[in-house]
Design a protein around this ligand. Structure first.
Ligand SMILES: [Ca+2]
Length: 344
């Protein structure tokens, strides 16, 4: 009888140890997620220089090369590609699109300007000096933003939380994709892009917001957020719409920023804090945070134990297992040796 009472105690002890372990595993898993979720550096950039911008320009894309700004403007009947003088802000050269096209983001690839259209499934290639249309390419789905990395990758946004990597040779076939996460949740409305650094970071602004996000392309995690809402409040009027132009000057390491119907371009320094944006692979563990074996096991076990009728059954199972282990082993079987006479 005393042995049976001891067995019951042990069963409950095992049960509570198991429950405690699962709670601990779940808690430690959550705390690692919280550490990662705090890895977005928030920055309010200071304006270094202001340049006048055509306030009728519905800016959809911006790039900088060799002392010139290249800008794409959208809307049907108003779409264009233009070269802007960075001393005066004046338009040096412009090519208008047919009114059937709504122009979107631009980038530079193979010494040419490439320009997306929104829903027309076509992109245009221009001579970088004359802005003469020298070719087309097809776009699968909507075109929003585009950027080229120093290593030759080309990323494209379509307003969703995913970026597509496209083949740099035909500019059409999709060869990869990247889901972008802000604090472990996919973030929608990725728009105008810029791929400024050798580190391969991708910059994107968010449609309808005055924010630029720095994205780690190996994980999709946002590591920095640049908030321009105060810049817009201070310098822009009520006719301005959201920020939508990011251009990187790799000689000065500074950025030119503007937006839809903004009065100005702003020169800013978007410094990257390596503590946030140079995360190693081992630190970025939780892209699949929606699935954790510990969490699943935890919920199954807790779910089962919450059913009142399961308690006696589990108690019996634990008790039987425990009893089997604590019972005295059977006496050893003695086998009579009959080979004695055969040896020697
Ligand atoms: Ca850009």
């Amino acid at each position: 009888m005393a042995e049976q009472r001891g067995g019951h105690k042990s069963v409950w002890l095992i049960f509570f140890i198991l429950l405690f372990s699962l709670f601990s595993a779940s808690a430690s898993s959550n705390s690692s997620l919280e550490n990662i979720s705090n890895n977005v550096e928030k920055v309010f950039p200071e304006v270094i220089e202001i340049l006048p911008h055509d306030s009728s320009a519905f800016t959809q894309g911006l790039v900088f090369l060799d002392g010139k700004l290249y800008e794409s403007t959208g809307l049907y009947g108003e779409s264009s590609i233009r070269i802007v003088n960075i001393t005066t802000g004046e338009i040096e050269s412009i090519t208008n699109l047919s009114e059937t096209y709504f122009a979107e983001g631009i980038s530079i690839s193979n010494d040419s300007i490439i320009q997306l259209t929104w829903r027309e499934n076509i992109g245009f290639i221009y001579n970088i000096s004359t802005l003469e249309n020298i070719g087309n390419f097809s776009i699968d789905g909507e075109g929003w933003g585009i950027c080229s990395t120093p290593s030759g990758d080309i990323w494209l946004s379509d307003g969703s939380y995913q970026l597509s990597k496209i083949n740099p040779n035909n500019l059409s076939s999709i060869i990869g994709s990247l889901t972008v996460y802000y604090n472990n949740s996919p973030i929608n409305r990725l728009n105008e892009l810029e791929c400024p650094f050798d580190s391969g970071l991708i910059f994107s602004n968010i449609w309808l917001e005055d924010k630029i996000l720095a994205i780690n392309p190996s994980t999709g995690n946002v590591c920095a957020e640049y908030d321009f809402s105060e810049v817009r409040k201070q310098y822009e009027n009520n006719n301005s719409r959201e920020l939508n132009g990011i251009a990187y000057d790799n000689e000065s390491s500074l950025f030119w920023i503007t937006g839809k119907n903004w009065s100005n371009y702003y020169l800013v320094d978007l410094e990257i804090d390596s503590n946030f944006c140079q995360l190693s692979e081992s630190e970025i563990c939780c892209d699949e945070d929606s699935f954790s074996p510990f969490k699943v096991l935890f919920f199954i076990v807790v779910g089962i134990f919450l059913i009142p009728f399961s308690w006696p059954i589990f108690g019996m199972i634990f008790y039987k297992i425990f009893r089997r282990q604590t019972q005295h082993p059977p006496p050893p079987r003695i086998i009579k040796d009959t080979s004695e006479g055969l040896q020697g």
